[in-house]
Design a binder for this molecule. Structure first.
Ligand SMILES: C[S@@+](CC[C@H](N)C(=O)[O-])C[C@H]1O[C@@H](n2cnc3c(N)ncnc32)[C@H](O)[C@@H]1O
Length: 368
């Protein structure tokens, strides 16, 4: 136990003295107060100005224990960083206040620990990110980059500490595995993912035209008990993750993955599906026609994702339903709209919502 300067007071004055020391910025909370007989030893900083204590005390060096690390992760992160930046106030203000945890990987926002001052601190402390990981009970550290503007939605995550980006996460009783540095995980779509798991789709054949790592596919296969999912996916890293999740969740026999561009693979699925998911933002419009053609001749349901300005949502719904009926008609289907529902998933940007239009179509002949 380290010897520390302490202020000794009568036990009965302990709480009063602790408060007074805090007010004077003299209480050293890196060490734990110690009871010695009927006195309490309160660790203090050296050279503390105790003129205004107003309580009887004496000073002594005492063996006190280090205080346990704070339970709250923000405090632990701040404490470990403060020890490396000599409590530099300016730098402490830019310590990240939020992060995302995937498995034992912490992902900080894209502006975290950037700039000359941080670079120099990180160079001085070769174990900087290892210590940050320790403070957050993690093993790996990454920094988010904006989602790439490419079609495959490559995640751009810079790994700052750790050997690789493979993570395994649980969601709604399912397990997903993917390389977080290569593919994106939309943690914000949780309500939509779980909604897919509650779909009344027992025994259906479903096409997930933008399957990603299987966010919706697995929910439908496991929780909604669909008969089969055809998952279209173009990104090899997402395909690897899809295969992994199908095996891990025990549904690989009910999943067919169609690698390549869905505009090509959907052609082979014409007339086969009860339901097609079009989960692509900002718009999935390029696949609407093929999706209509992929539904069974008797009709079926589309889940059309789109980013829409709040005030345009009603018009967009009407236009989209009309456009789908027009595609159906051009394909030789005499369909009508059976039911439709608009799901507001989340705000994508100010005034712009990520919405999903569930539209069910059925053939007039099968209805009569
Ligand atoms: C944003 S993710 C969507 C994942 C999930 N549906 C969601 O909303 O959370 C889109 C996925 O579609 C895939 N993708 C994009 N264009 C595609 C195309 N033309 N054909 C097949 N897959 C495509 C991307 O690789 C990516 O994995």
């Amino acid at each position: 136990m380290p010897m520390q300067p302490c202020l000794l007071v009568r036990l009965v004055d302990g709480e009063l003295a602790r408060q007074a020391l805090k007010n004077l910025d003299a209480l050293n909370q890196n060490y734990t107060p110690l009871r010695i007989g009927d006195e309490l030893a309160l660790p203090i900083f050296e050279d503390s100005d105790l003129n205004e204590m107003g309580i009887d005390y004496r000073l002594e060096s005492v063996d006190v224990e280090h205080a346990p690390p704070p339970i709250d992760p923000h405090s632990r992160l701040n404490a470990v960083i403060a020890s490396m930046v000599d409590a530099n106030e300016h730098l402490m203000q830019s310590v990240p206040k939020k992060w995302e945890r995937l498995d034992d990987l912490i992902l900080f926002p894209k502006d975290a620990f950037l700039g000359e001052e941080w670079t120099s601190i990180i160079e001085q402390h070769t174990h900087f990110f290892e210590r940050v990981a320790d403070a957050l009970n993690a093993k790996r550290i990454g920094r988010q980059q904006p989602i790439a503007a490419d079609t495959v939605r490559s995640a751009q995550v810079e790994l700052l500490h750790g050997a690789d980006g493979w993570v395994e996460v649980n969601d709604n009783g399912l397990v997903f595995g993917f390389d977080a540095t290569k593919v994106m995980y939309s943690s914000g779509n949780v309500t939509e993912r779980h909604r897919m798991g509650r779909m009344k789709a027992d025994g259906e054949v479903v096409i997930d035209a933008y399957a990603g790592i299987g966010y919706y596919t697995m929910q439908l296969l496991v929780h909604a008990n669909v008969k089969h999912v055809h998952a279209c996916e173009i990104n090899p890293h997402s395909i690897k993750a899809l295969e992994w999740a199908a095996k891990r969740n025990g549904v690989d026999s009910k999943l067919t993955i169609h690698p390549q561009d869905n505009l090509i693979t959907l052609r082979d699925l014409e007339g086969t599906a009860d339901r097609v998911l079009l989960g692509y933002l900002p718009s999935s419009e390029m696949t609407w026609e093929r999706a209509i053609q992929a539904l069974k001749p008797k009709g079926g349901t589309l889940h059309i994702h789109m980013n829409v300005e709040e005030e345009r949502i009603d018009d967009w719904c009407k236009d989209t339903l009309q456009q789908c009926l027009a595609y159906a008609k051009a394909y030789g289907h005499d369909w009508h709209i059976n039911t439709f529902h608009l799901e507001k998933v989340k705000w994508y940007a100010p005034r712009i919502r990520h919405v999903v239009l569930d539209a069910s179509f059925s053939s007039r002949s099968s209805a009569s």
